[in-house]
Each structure stands twice: as C-alpha cells, then as structure tokens.
Design a protein around this ligand. Structure first.
Ligand code: PLP
Length: 448
C-alpha cells in the first residue's frame, strides 16, 4: 500500500533509470534529509548511504560551509555566463584549481553541468579538433562494453550497456565498443590477469587496424568502470592499452566522473590506474554533488587547435547557459579546498585496506561469485553457482532482492545486473564501514 506521497510521486514524476511498469506497485523510498553519511526517509528512519547518492556525495550531507558559500555567491552574483567576452571569479578560480590538481598537464577547463554533458563535449571536441587539424576522416571513438559515460545521444552511444541503446536507436555512427576488461567474466579458462590484459590490448590493436587507424580518433575509459558493475581492470591493462593507442595516434579520454577526487585514494583515478590521458571528464565529487557542475580538461595541443579554428571560422560554437555557473563553481572550489584542508585523500588511503578486507570477506558468502573493488568502491556479484560462475541473470532479481533487504536493514546500495555496488561517501569512518558491510552481509544472508 503506497503512502499518499508515494502515490503522488509515481503519478507525476517520470523516474530516471527505473522499471516504469513495476514502480507504481512498489513505490519509492522518499528521502527527506541527510546528515553526514546518513539519510532519513519521511518516517525518520536512517539509512547508511552506501552509494554516496549516485557515486557523488563525497563529503556526505550537512556541510554548512558549502551551504554558506552558495548563499554568499547567490547574494553577490547568482548568475553570470562565460559566453562571448564575459567571465567571473568563481569559474576562473575553479579552472586554476583544477589545472593545479590535474594528473597530466592541462591547459584549460570547459565547464558544463553533468557527466553526460562533459562526455558529449568530449565527442564534439574530438570531431571539431580533427577537422581543425585537417584530418576529417579521423573521427571514430572506441569505448568499451559495460562502460558508462552518460545518457545524452553522444554519451549514451559511448555507454556500453544494452538498456541505454535498445529502442533509443543508439549508438550513433562512429562509435565502437571494445572488450570489457573484467577478468572474472571474460578471461579464457586458466588465463592470468596479465595474459588477459595483453590479449585485450592485442584485440584493440586488431580492432583499430580493421577500422583503419586513420579513422580512429579516441579511446574513452573510466579508470575503474562504475555503473557497468564496478569493474577493475588488471594492473597491466592501461599501460598495454596505451602502447596500442600511441602506436595508432589515438588519444585517450579519461572519464573521471566517478573516480576523480579521491575515490581510488588519489586525486584522480588515472594516477591510481597508471593512465596518462589527453583529456579528462570530471563531475560528481567535484562539488560533492551539492550543486551540478562538470568539466572537460584539455591539453595545450587541443587548446591551440581550437584557437586556430577560431582564427579560421570565428566563434567556437559550443557552450551551455550554465557552463561554469557561479554558484556551482563557488561550491566546487570550496569542495576542493575542503578535500585539501581535511586531507580527505589521506583519510581514504587510511581506510582502503579495511574497506577492501571487509569487501573481500564477502567472497566467502554462498551467494557471492566475486567480490571486487579498488579504493573506496566495490561490488559483489551474486551467482547461481559459485563453481561454474553461472549467473542468476537480472530477471531472477536476486541482486535487487539483496538491495531491498539492505534497505530494510537501513543501508542503501545499488543493484547493477547481478552485482551489488557499494561506494560510500569518502568521509565514512572505519566503524561506519563495518556497519555497511555488517548490514550488507545480513541482507545477503536473508536473500539466500
Ligand atoms: N561518466 C561516468 C563514469 C558516470 O558514472 C556517469 C554517471 O554515473 C556519467 C558519466 C554521467 O554523468 P551524469 O549522470 O551526471 O550525466
């Protein structure tokens, strides 16, 4: 029986990423407030935020300092744009800060509002810059099966998940998907992680050769794949992949929307995973999700190509009304300052061994085929048969059942196919990590 608020909700709100057929029966969990790593529903029941919202509320809830900086900026200058000769201090200061923190040399930052817009911009820049460089045939972008890069037409095309393509008539032309670097699922019998990574790099090499290296412009990758099920590539994967990309003059785009700002114990996931990207997408923890803001960081050679193109054709015709919104930029800048002041990355590094040990302990559970993760993100994959790795399949709904039981226990986690993802706020304490995994273990026990 739905509450009045739930009934009004399902009657009026078209919910993103939901089963629209079952949601009206099941109802929604309606949250009212948050405090630290906990959120509270309309009955006042607390939940430990095991997913940091959607991989984003890095500092948790109730940071008054961020509220104040937003209010100050709203009072002073609630809106100003960056189009045609205008600018403002929050965007300038944030771009400078990102440049200082970037894992590879960058020249400028293009601001947008979401991870999808950032990756959409990445694709447009790849096309535009290759036209500017006089190689209009070099346009294809290779992503990976199970990648998640967003839901706009371009970014959903880069995403490598069936639900983002089927009946949306996607992907668009010029996007290709390479193999997913998930050893547990896709390694040949007896193949080591090193051999698996080497094979995937060889397959990418063959794929680029088959497409024609002159037609392939970029490879996009999340350092650790998130919304595809938390997939951590083998250690040797990116170095091997990058050899292939360099050989064919294919640029590397790092989608740091989840991994950026501490998730893997480094400022950027690229550092943790030995990637040297040309361009970088950031969002989510950039503002700890207090306001929507995202960015694309570009190196000097792209910056110069863009300038030369303007010399030829005039205006760089790309930008959003809210690119670098002053209130969001002020909040993001303060968020980055808090990460530094409170040594959040040091805190994460200190927690990682305990978090990963508790995660790995779940691998012994009869329902769990694989427990995997890196930094403060992880997943357990439930299987019908541990020995053969036989999957339940999403239709059987075991992972959603675990998520529902976890919710009863007062823990929010997320089902992705047969995987259950955990990605808590970075400010979580060791005792709260224990609370998280105790609750998840109880939910798994009850789902058996
Ligand atoms: N890229 C990655 C790696 C993501 O995880 C997401 C969202 O989860 C996106 C892009 C899309 O971001 P948004 O939902 O802000 O458009």
């Amino acid at each position: 029986m739905l509450t009045n608020l739930q009934a009004r909700d399902v009657a009026t709100v078209l919910h993103p990423y939901s089963n629209l057929a079952t949601l009206p029966r099941q109802g929604t969990l309606i949250l009212e407030r948050g405090d630290g790593v906990h959120v509270y529903d309309t009955d006042g029941k607390p939940y430990l935020e095991g997913m940091a919202g959607l991989w984003c509320t890095a500092l948790g809830h109730g940071r008054q300092e961020l509220v104040e900086v937003a209010a100050e900026q709203m009072s002073k200058l609630p809106f100003a744009h960056l189009f045609s000769g205008k600018s403002h201090d929050p965007a300038i200061a944030l771009a400078e800060k990102l440049k200082e923190l970037a894992p590879t040399p960058i020249s400028k930052v293009f601001f947008c509002n979401s991870g999808s817009e950032a990756n959409d911009t990445q694709m447009k820049l790849v096309w535009y810059v290759n036209n500017a460089l006089g190689r209009p045939q070099k346009k294809k972008i290779i992503s990976r099966i199970k990648a998640y890069h967003g839901v706009t037409i371009a970014s959903a095309s880069l995403t490598g998940l069936p639900n983002n393509h089927i009946d949306f008539d996607l992907p668009i032309a010029g996007v290709r998907h390479a193999a997913c670097p998930h050893h547990y699922r896709f390694a040949h019998p007896g193949e080591s992680e090193v051999d698996f990574a080497t094979r995937l790099a060889a397959e990418l090499d063959a794929q680029i050769e088959a497409e024609g290296p002159d037609t392939v412009a970029a490879f996009i990758a999340e350092p650790v794949m998130g919304a595809g099920g938390v997939i951590v590539p083998p250690e040797t994967y990116y170095p091997k992949i990058q050899e292939v990309l360099e050989k064919h003059d294919v640029m590397l785009i790092a989608d740091e929307v989840i991994c950026g700002f501490g998730r893997l114990g480094e400022w950027f996931g690229s550092t943790a995973m030995e990637m040297s990207p040309d361009t970088i997408s950031v969002a989510k923890a950039l503002s700890s999700a207090y306001l929507p803001i995202a960015g694309v960081m570009i190196p000097e050679w792209i910056d110069e190509a863009l300038i030369r193109q303007s010399e030829k054709i005039g205006v760089f015709g790309h930008g959003f009304t809210y690119s670098g919104h002053p209130v969001a930029a002020a909040v993001a800048l303060r968020t980055l300052e808090i990460y530094e002041r409170e040594n959040i990355i040091g805190h994460v590094r200190g927690l990682i061994p305990h978090f990963q040990a508790r995660l790995q302990a779940l691998a012994d559970h009869p329902l769990v085929g694989e427990a995997r993760g890196k930094g403060l993100v992880g997943a357990v994959e439930v299987v019908a048969d541990k020995a053969t790795k036989r999957a339940f399949g999403p239709k059987q709904g075991v992972a959603p059942k675990v998520v529902a039981l976890a919710e009863q226990e007062g823990l929010i986690v997320r089902a992705i196919g047969d995987a259950i993802a955990v990605c808590p706020p970075l400010v979580i304490t060791e005792a709260q990590v224990d609370e998280l995994f105790d609750k998840l273990a109880r939910a798994l026990d009850r789902a058996e």
